[in-house]
Design a protein around this ligand. Structure first.
Ligand code: AMP
Length: 424
């Protein structure tokens, strides 16, 4: 018989790994609720036409594409935004704005597998639709900040830019949109000399070259440097003004660590305004990113609608938690196993297990019908904190025996006091 493996780039998540992913999703749901984003579930499989419409070559070439049995060209979603744009232009078309939508789940990209880069990975995704004001960009950054804080990460920092700065310069230089996107993709990969080769004018090349070298934590200082370079580029100037509005709001409303990088670009093609990514110092790969995409909904056949959103990589956040030893999310909860000594107390033992669960403590019932010695041995092996031993004699007096498996102590406890004891 062959031994089966997972498909390259796809993983099984077991034990603590699975638990961390669930906990991060729970934190993302909590954050969504705090910022009043409504959760939506969209299909993993969508029409290829929808998914490839505005994603950009980079991701388009990495999609899992197939023909279904009805001969439809479909693909596994490489991100959530196209599905959300579909919803906004159909089912949610007449919904009052702003629309705030949240999703979490797996997405699929044929990336080269390595640590933190998989072909099936988890994202939490937030989209704020129908607002062109910098307050909306601010909310997206604030919620990312809040999410990572609530997960227990420290020292994370935002990299913030504005796609309109480079695009404004390129379009004033007469470079068509397709070439602009190629240039931005190369810049995203830090292939700066290849990117600059696509620019004809020397002035434009020099301006871009100078922009590439600018970045810093003192955003006012960085903005001053950018302003010197964009003199005469009206669209780029407007982009800088917009970026300043966002940065002013963000830094005035929360404690945040950020650097501003005007030449920073992102792989997805649809951005039109502010863009950002977030990192921890111990990892070179981004934990999340996003930005403004004001023309996307229109491109999907909707009314012109402003939008801003972000996606957080859950697998990478899990790596960040482990790297920083942020045990907060992985702290084990109290667990007990309930063992009936004889058949005659089985029902009472089941009831005790049930009421322990009702008190919010996870309880396992000894299902294998083992004798006491073997049952305790197994409980120890499985890492339970307590074994609750239910015997006829103790039950008559309203008691059970509680064995603390970590401290190797045992005591007889009144059933009504059991919950206080194990919660401690
Ligand atoms: P994007 O949808 O490209 O904006 O990516 C958002 C986030 O998803 C990134 O910041 C990463 O944390 C995560 N991500 C992107 N690609 C992968 C991948 N191949 N494997 C794991 N996480 C990824």
């Amino acid at each position: 018989m062959p031994t089966f493996q997972t498909v390259r780039g796809m993983r099984d998540l077991l034990g603590q790994e699975a638990q961390i992913v669930t906990s991060i999703i729970a934190k993302a749901q909590e954050t969504a609720s705090l910022f009043r984003f409504k959760e939506v579930f969209t299909p993993h499989v969508e029409y290829l036409e929808l998914l490839s419409a505005k994603t950009g070559d980079e991701i388009r070439q990495r999609m899992f594409i197939f023909e279904d049995l009805g001969k439809r060209q479909v693909a596994l979603r490489p991100e959530f935004t196209a599905s959300i744009a579909r919803l906004v232009t159909t089912t949610l078309r007449t919904e009052p704005k702003p629309l705030k939508l949240f999703s979490a789940g797996t997405v699929y990209r044929y990336d080269e597998p390595q640590r933190g880069r998989y072909r099936e990975f988890w994202q939490s995704n937030f989209e704020l639709i129908g607002v062109d004001k910098p307050e909306a960009d601010t909310e997206i950054i604030l919620l990312t900040n809040k999410l990572l804080q609530s997960i227990g990460l420290s020292d994370f920092a935002f990299k913030i830019g504005h796609i309109g700065i480079i695009k404004g310069i390129l379009s004033q230089d007469g470079i068509d949109e397709k070439t602009q996107n190629t240039i931005l993709q190369r810049m995203d990969k830090k292939e700066y000399s290849l990117a600059l080769k696509l620019v004809d004018s020397e002035k434009c090349q020099n301006t871009l070259q100078s922009l590439i070298s600018i970045n810093g934590k003192d955003w006012r200082d960085v903005v001053e440097q950018i302003n010197v370079l964009v003199v005469g580029y009206e669209k780029a100037k407007a982009a800088v003004e917009n970026l300043v509005e966002v940065l002013t709001l963000v830094t005035a409303s929360t404690e945040i660590s950020l650097t501003v990088e005007p030449a920073f670009a992102r792989g997805l093609e649809y951005y039109t305004g502010m863009i950002f990514e977030v990192y921890i110092p111990q990892l070179e790969i981004a934990l999340g990113g996003g930005g403004r995409y004001d023309r996307l909904i229109e491109a999907f056949g909707g009314e012109p609608t402003s939008a801003v959103g972000c996606a957080h990589g859950i697998d990478r956040t899990a790596i960040a938690i482990q790297t920083q030893n942020a045990t907060y999310l992985t702290k084990a909860k109290v667990s007990v196993v309930v063992i009936p000594i004889t058949e005659s107390v089985k029902v009472d033992a089941l009831k005790i297990a049930q009421s322990i669960r009702e008190h919010g403590v996870s309880a396992e019932f000894e299902l294998m019908g083992r004798k006491m010695g073997k049952a305790l041995e197994a409980a120890d092996k499985h890492g339970f904190d307590y074994a609750i031993i239910v015997g006829e004699r103790e039950l008559c007096e309203g008691n059970v025996v509680v064995k603390d498996l970590k401290k190797h102590e045992q005591s007889t406890v009144l059933i009504e006091e059991l919950f206080e004891k194990i919660k401690k």
